[in-house]
Design a protein around this ligand. Structure first.
Ligand SMILES: C[S@@+](CC[C@H](N)C(=O)[O-])C[C@H]1O[C@@H](n2cnc3c(N)ncnc32)[C@H](O)[C@@H]1O
Length: 307
């Protein structure tokens, strides 16, 4: 590849290689700037699912504009040497990866704090996108379904909302309560997806982050979350896109291997929601298998609908 010109990019050198792509440094010959090009590996170019994941990755990152998230310039497909080459063109950053820095020895405390802060700022941007989808207003009432230890609850409370946190696990809710010991803006309730402990037409917003892939019947769970929304209220679900990592079922008690975005859109409509959209949240879920140590990255979608 080095020395070749693909579209208007002249390949300069190989920068690295991973399961989902080979990355090259290249010159954009039109704009006269250095870019990074990530190619889908040749053996995956004929796999529609791999291609779809590659496109989702580009869409997810391009949905965000933040100094700690790589800027995406374009995604394109070019016939090269008898086959289509799919690639993402993105900003090229000089310097070392965090992985290679860590391999050289322990980070100084200042460096570790600085890197952790930069990563957190990038993630925060992604969650803000999910909250922005609901156009949150302070003092309204939100339900956080499958609240766990309160990741979404904390974000909603920061924005001045009152929150009812629901989870099937009392132990999770006990941990959540410890985070907000004296708040009167939170109400924790043990309850199940198919019979939420809330009245009909009760809350302004329902959030469910990384919950749907655990429930037995996702359509029923969406119907139940819709039931508790006031007319005009909004349901926002963030969860993982369809993937093929079976080990998550055994190791993390996932019931569903992510979701097809079209299914989610249809289920929202079947549940009676309108103004439905499903989009990239701009964040990846990274997890590791405890049995074989395999690291995986899965893209995340945000789905919004209005009652
Ligand atoms: C992966 S955690 C996500 C926690 C939290 N939403 C977050 O974003 O950090 C999934 C949560 O859903 C809860 N859960 C799973 N199935 C459920 C069900 N059928 N009814 C209620 N809660 C459920 C689990 O107890 C767990 O706390």
């Amino acid at each position: 590849m080095v020395g070749k010109t693909i579209s208007h990019y002249r390949i300069i050198e190989k920068l690295g290689e991973g399961g989902m792509g080979v990355v090259y440094k290249a010159e954009d010959t039109k704009l006269k700037r250095t870019v990074a090009l990530k190619f889908l590996p040749p053996e995956l170019t004929r796999d529609p699912e791999a291609k779809q994941r590659f496109v989702h990755e580009a869409q997810a990152a391009s949905a965000l504009d933040h100094s700690n998230i790589c800027t995406i310039y374009e995604i394109d497909e070019i016939p090269t040497e008898g086959r289509d080459q799919t690639f993402i063109a993105m900003a090229c950053y000089d310097g070392e990866t965090l992985r290679s820095k860590i391999q050289q020895g322990p980070l100084s405390l200042d460096d570790a704090i600085s890197f952790a802060t930069q990563i957190a700022q990038g993630l925060q941007e992604a969650h803000e996108k999910a909250f922005a989808a609901a156009s949150l207003q302070p003092d309204k009432l939100a339900a956080d379904i499958g609240a766990g230890t309160g990741f979404i609850t904390a974000g909603l409370m920061d924005k001045g909302l009152n929150v009812i946190a629901v989870d099937q696990s009392a132990a999770m809710l006990d941990k959540l309560k410890l985070k907000f010991p004296s708040s009167d803006k939170i109400d924790c309730r043990v309850g199940d997806a198919e019979m939420l402990p809330l009245e009909d037409n009760w809350v302004d917003y329902v959030f469910a982050n990384m919950y749907l892939h655990h429930v037995e019947d996702p359509l029923e769970a969406i119907r139940e979350m819709t039931r508790i929304l006031k007319p005009g209220g909004k349901l926002v679900i963030t969860d993982v896109d369809e993937h093929e990592f079976e080990f998550l079922k055994n190791e993390q008690h996932d019931r569903w291997m992510g979701f097809n975005r079209e299914d989610i859109r249809h289920w929202f409509i079947e549940a009676g929601l309108k103004n439905v959209f499903v989009d990239c949240v701009g964040e990846k879920c990274c997890t590791k298998s405890s049995s074989n140590g395999e690291s995986v990255e899965i893209t995340i979608f945000v789905a919004k609908g209005e009652k």
